[in-house]
Design a protein around this ligand. Structure first.
Ligand code: 9MR
Length: 470
């Protein structure tokens, strides 16, 4: 029954979207390169990572992982980053009262990633507002910040439909102050972020803050939400974060409904008050055709999903360009390894990310059929497909990333003043065969067989470089 319903929903969505979409491949390299996320040596970071983890939505607000799991992940999948889930309800259990013991537990786990040289993006996660909006179905907001005004709620299957329950719509309407009754809630949220930013501003493992997972506007959607409500809200949170932390990156998401399937976003520009140039990242998700809700990537469903690939590839980089921000795919995946076309789908979105020279965080790192280890601790299909050769740091502006049949090709433009090397990760410990377009004798490489990382010091006098590695 669920599959049939889903089929109808996705078909309806396809029909609706087909009207607005020109379903053709967008040019892989659009006019001007987007700004990039950079490390403290000025190199572009291409972030490959996992969302860790859905289990952090529970009462403790902490994910299932141990230190050893992080060590294994870095070694076997080569991730250089993590989208680490935290919860507002655990940060601010009572109004204005912050649980620093919780943040200590978060910091302890953040350090595990730091030990592996990985970059942490803290994600203030939520689904369906919070656990008190609809009988425990959701996560995120604390009980004291949940005003459902006595409206009814029944958790739905698939879970996303719970967003449309009256109590949930009202909880959001009160949060965004669409009702005019609760201006204090957004204020609290911004202050909670300031507190988190204060705690992590000097933590070298932390790269940035994803301000709100998959925002949902209640009874205001699309142009009635993203421009007039969401963007000013982000502005307020960014301003609050910047009073505590001038340097970390701030990640802003479009609303989830629509953009998750590739539809256009009307999110307005968010200004970064930090001196030295903006550090705001546009961080959309990609869940075409309900692949995370029991969907597949074969037959008619595959056509729909491919249409949404084309939409996403056109609309999300365009939005990033409009916002003047780098783009990073904060969530993608959620498909069980036994779902028809799972391997194919994974390969196709990985290729899309490479085509856009864009990093990603896979959903998710929870043990199970859509994780990287199954319930018994055995590696899944995804452990293998996500362990893909890539340039984790580029000493300049990447112009090309492509990987196929055992060959990784990376092109970049020199950015003056970077002395740190370009670093490429490979799943195998065997030294790779390298060719570079720079004049012989003007460049060198070094192979780290333990970390599987090839460092490349290209000739800074040459404006462009292309490396090919077998
Ligand atoms: O995969 C998650 C599923 O098990 C949960 O029931 C659901 C509600 O918390 O959330 C799913 O994860 C979603 C994430 O929180 C937000 N983006 C989409 C993810 C996959 O549906």
């Amino acid at each position: 029954r669920v599959r049939t319903t889903l089929g109808r929903i996705t078909l309806a969505a396809a029909t609706a979207l087909a009207g607005t979409a020109t379903v053709q491949a967008a040019p892989a390299h659009a006019e001007t390169a987007l700004p990039t996320i950079t490390d403290d040596q000025g190199r572009t970071l291409i972030l490959h990572g996992l969302n860790t983890a859905s289990s952090a939505k529970g009462p403790t607000g902490l994910p299932w992982i141990s230190r050893d799991d992080v060590v294994r992940e870095a070694r076997d999948i080569g991730t250089n980053s993590v989208r680490y889930l935290i919860q507002w309800k655990n940060v601010e259990p009572r109004p204005g009262v912050y649980d620093d013991a919780y943040l200590d537990e978060v910091a302890k786990r953040v350090a595990w990633y730091g030990e592996q040289g990985m970059h942490v993006i803290l994600d203030m996660h939520q689904d369906i507002y919070g656990p008190d909006a609809c009988k425990g179905a959701g996560n995120g907001a604390p009980a004291w910040a949940t005003y459902t005004d006595g409206l009814p709620c029944t958790p739905q299957d698939p879970w996303v439909l719970t967003y449309l329950q009256p109590a949930v719509l009202r909880a959001y309407d009160n949060f965004w102050n669409n009702t005019g009754k609760h201006p204090e809630l957004m204020e609290h949220y911004a202050a909670a972020w300031r507190h988190v930013a204060q705690r992590f501003a000097d933590d070298r493992a932390v790269l940035g803050y994803d301000l709100m997972n998959e925002p949902f506007g209640g009874t205001r959607q699309f142009g009635f939400f993203e421009g007039p409500v969401l963007a000013p809200f982000y502005q307020r949170v960014v301003n609050a974060v910047r009073t505590a932390d001038r340097d970390n990156w701030v990640f802003v998401e479009p609303q989830a409904l629509g953009p998750n399937e590739g539809a256009e976003t009307s999110l307005g520009t968010v200004r970064d008050p930090r001196p030295g140039g903006p550090r705001i990242v546009f961080a959309p998700h990609f869940y075409p055709g309900g692949v995370d809700l029991g969907g597949s990537y074969d037959g008619a469903a595959k056509l729909l999903v491919q249409a949404q690939f084309a939409l996403w590839k056109r609309n999300m980089p365009a939005a990033a360009r409009r916002l003047g921000a780098p783009i990073w795919l904060g969530e993608v995946g959620g498909m069980g390894q036994d779902a028809p076309g799972a391997a194919d789908f994974t390969g196709d979105w990985l290729t899309m990310a490479d085509d856009l020279t864009m990093g990603w965080a896979y959903w998710s790192n929870d043990p199970g059929s859509s994780g990287v280890v199954d319930g018994k601790g055995n590696p899944t299909l995804f452990a293998k497909t996500l362990a893909r050769p890539y340039p984790r740091a580029v000493a300049g502006t990447p112009t090309r990333i492509s990987y196929s049949s055992g060959t990784l090709t990376v092109g970049w433009k020199t950015r003056p003043g970077i002395s740190a090397p370009t670093e490429l990760w490979f799943p195998s410990a065997t030294p790779p065969k390298v060719t570079l377009t720079d004049k012989p004798g003007t460049w060198r490489t070094q192979w780290d067989a333990t970390r599987h990382v090839l460092s490349v010091w290209a000739n800074p006098a040459e404006p462009t470089h292309t490396i090919t590695v077998h």
